[in-house]
Structures are given as C-alpha cells and as structure tokens.
Design a protein. Structure first.
Length: 229
C-alpha cells in the first residue's frame, strides 16, 4: 500500500525536493503552500502522514498542528515538524503542539525518509490489527470477520480488503487508481473497472444490514466510505 504524504511548506524548492524523494521511494506526495491549502487537500484526500513546516504564512505550523490534534478527523494523523529552529525549547514546543517527530533544516532527504518510514512503521501495524467499527458495522482483521446487528456477513477476500481499506480511511474520496494500488497492490495489473465490480459485490453484501449506503459514489472522482449522506 502506497502511503500518502502531505507536505505543507511555503518554499517551493523544498516541496519539490521532498516530493521527488518521496516519489522515488514509492510514496504519494501531496503539496500545500500554507495551512488553508493544506486543509482543503486533507478534506479532499486524507494523507497518511503530514510534513509540516513551522514557519508558514498566516497560521503557523505549531498552531496548525494543535488544530489538527483537536479535530476528530485528523487527530491520529502522524506529523513531522520541519523547522530551522534548533533550540531545545523550540523542539519541545513543536512536540507539545502534537507533532510526533521533529527534523531541523537543512536536512538530508535520506534522514527524512528514514524518519517517515520509522513513524509509519510505529503507527500502521497497530491500526492494521485493530477492530474497526463504523455506523454499527464491525470489522475484525484478526479473525477476518465482519458483523452488524448481530449477524456475520460473508465477504470474499477482495471485498474484505476493500472494506478494511474503506473503514480505516473513512470520510475521504478515493480514486479507482488509489484503490487499485492500496487493495490489489501496485505490482498487479488490474483494469480500473474491476474496482466497480467489487464495489457492487460489497454493496450487495452490505445491503443485508443496510450498510450499503456507507459506500458512496463520488461522480467523476471515485468512492467514499461515509456515515454522512
């Protein structure tokens, strides 16, 4: 599964350098020059990790980190703070704002990639093995069972992986390409319309408990798993 990383940085040269390194390391990169643009990008396509510059025009990275931690939708997204500040009290302030890690400028892309990999490794495995419940629908990755309203739903392996991805990445729009990479894997050749077939199968299974409405089509963009109509 390709992790999606949002870099919030007002210096375009740094954004381009980081995005090139991320792409070469099989990450998907999203760019934002300030917190307003970052918020729009997050709402459109939730990232798996955020690289957040301290000094930004308008709202600072530290204040934005606090805001992200207050919001239910973004409070669990890992954050690495990027800054030219090197004093210990600055590092403490960054971490106290909710950042999970801190790297000072100038930094090497090799070190940054190592920090990203380590942080994703710490956060992802726990989520992958944890039960997920949304709208009364329960998915248990350990027992490979899905249940709702006292009954178990029989899902094929692809539909199970698709539902698990949806339930661990809710309230955001996923393109067919994104779903193919995340559920089928980037090394497998599958036509994009195959996603539609499995979406239909998943909806049909979820109809029994009324949860088919959670799998929503977003015209011209892809699919979203949401409890909101």
């Amino acid at each position: 599964m390709r992790a999606k990383i949002l870099i919030v940085e007002d210096e375009s040269a740094i954004r381009q350098m980081v995005c090139l390194a991320l792409s070469q390391s099989s990450y998907d990169c999203i760019e934002a020059a300030d917190t307003t643009e970052a918020q729009a990008k997050i709402l459109a396509d939730m990232p798996d990790l955020i690289l957040l510059d301290w000094m930004l025009p308008g709202l600072s990275g530290v204040e934005y980190s606090r805001r992200l931690r207050r919001e239910k939708l973004t409070r669990d997204i890992p954050i690495i703070m990027l800054t030219a500040r090197t004093e210990e009290h600055d590092k403490v302030a960054g971490l106290d704002s909710g950042a999970d890690d801190y790297i000072t400028k100038p930094f090497s892309t090799r070190e940054l990639l190592s920090r990203i990999k380590a942080l994703l490794r710490r956060t992802a495995p726990h989520a992958a093995q944890s039960q997920v419940e949304i709208g009364g629908l329960m998915l248990d990755p350990v027992t490979h069972r899905v249940s709702a309203r006292g009954q178990y739903l029989e899902l094929g392996p692809t539909e199970f992986r698709l539902l698990q991805f949806f339930m661990t990445h809710p309230e955001r729009v996923h393109s067919r390409e994104r779903l193919l990479d995340s559920v089928w894997g980037s090394n497998v050749y599958v036509e994009e319309r195959t996603v539609d077939v499995h979406i239909r199968r998943l909806r049909k299974i979820l109809t029994a408990t009324g949860h088919d409405r959670l799998v929503q089509t977003v015209r011209g963009a892809g699919y979203r798993f949401s409890t909101q109509d």
